[in-house]
Design a protein around this ligand. Structure first.
Ligand SMILES: O=C(O)CCC(=O)C(=O)O
Ligand SMILES: [Fe+2]
Length: 299
């Protein structure tokens, strides 16, 4: 049987067409999402945040890969032109919004919960990098699979060309419908590279298996900007990070802070710069390392 392809759809296509393919395949390529001026502006704004080449200590990101975390907070152009791109927002609103009734005494109230930003990271794969482990991004949220509707929708916008040679993201179309970990492993032979021109984007369900590819070139770097949204109920009721901000947290003990939101789960949920928040934000030596990202900050 022929391998399924990743559909390529113009950013001008009707939203229904994009949603239909996303539902069916779990991922698709959007052609021409933004133009070169936008890409240049984002690159300029993110330049001061580029990491030096350094070895990654965890097991999730291969050597020779670099990241800029919290990218929406570092590039206003990424925030306004990519994260808030009408196509991306419409797709997220249509698939992640929750509308639900709740009883309050005799009243039946209908509440609406819009999607919320989950993360934004620039992924830069340098020459010599090996492929990332195939994974589901929503695995970080400890979700079970399959789910009738996505919990997370991600979009990777290409700043550079992405090719099978320079580490284009690889995807297993249809794998968003697979069962949970006991079902079957994702296999490299099943993947399709998301070949992109600058300004194209890979749009995908957080349940689809994918990963950064191998960069077998001598000197090409492959760079994509990732934005991610999740269902809006995957958060605490009170905005605990604002009610107990880092300036106040400085004088609080680790156990309070971990229990009140400044702790990551062992999948990495809650990270800051892919590190334990207490280590990344407050410089504490924390005892619980994230199993996914490595023992960063471990005492
Ligand atoms: O770099 C890429 O192409 C994808 C990275 C990724 O999927 C991740 O880190 O979750
Ligand atoms: Fe991923």
């Amino acid at each position: 049987m022929d391998k399924p392809e990743l559909q390529r759809i113009s950013a001008d296509a009707p939203i229904e067409e994009i949603l239909e393919v996303l539902d069916r395949d779990g991922g698709l390529i959007v052609k021409g999402l933004v133009g070169p001026e936008t890409l240049q502006q984002i690159a300029k704004e993110l330049k001061p945040f580029e990491q030096p080449d350094q070895e990654w200590k965890g097991n999730f990101f291969p050597e020779a890969t670099k990241r800029i975390c919290g990218a929406v907070g570092k590039s206003k152009t990424l925030a306004t032109k990519v994260f808030m791109h009408p196509l991306y927002q419409e797709v997220c609103n249509r698939r992640l919004t929750i509308t639900k009734k709740s009883r309050y005494g005799d009243d039946i109230r209908t509440f609406k919960c819009s999607p919320v930003g989950n993360a934004s990271t620039t992924f830069d794969i340098g020459p010599g990098a090996t492929a990332q482990q195939l994974h589901r991004d929503d695995g970080v949220h400890h979700l079970s699979h399959p789910n009738p509707q996505p919990y997370m929708i991600g979009m990777l916008l290409a700043e550079t060309r992405t090719t099978p040679e320079n580490g284009a993201t690889v995807v297993i179309p249809g794998s968003h419908k697979w069962g949970d970990w006991e079902d079957r492993p994702p296999m490299p032979e099943e993947t399709i590279p998301a070949t992109l021109e600058p300004g194209d984007a890979l749009l995908f369900d957080g349940a689809v298996f994918h990963g950064g590819g191998t960069n077998s070139t001598e000197s090409e770097r492959r760079k994509v900007h990732g934005v991610f949204m999740i269902r809006g109920n995957l958060r605490p009721e009170e905005n605990t990070y604002l009610s107990l901000p880092p300036s106040v947290a400085e004088s609080y003990p680790d156990d309070v802070l971990k229990a009140y939101g400044y702790g990551a789960s062992t999948s990495g949920l809650g990270w800051v710069d892919y590190k334990e928040p207490l280590a990344a934000v407050l410089g504490r030596k924390v005892k619980q390392p994230s199993l996914l990202f490595g023992a960063v900050g471990y005492a």
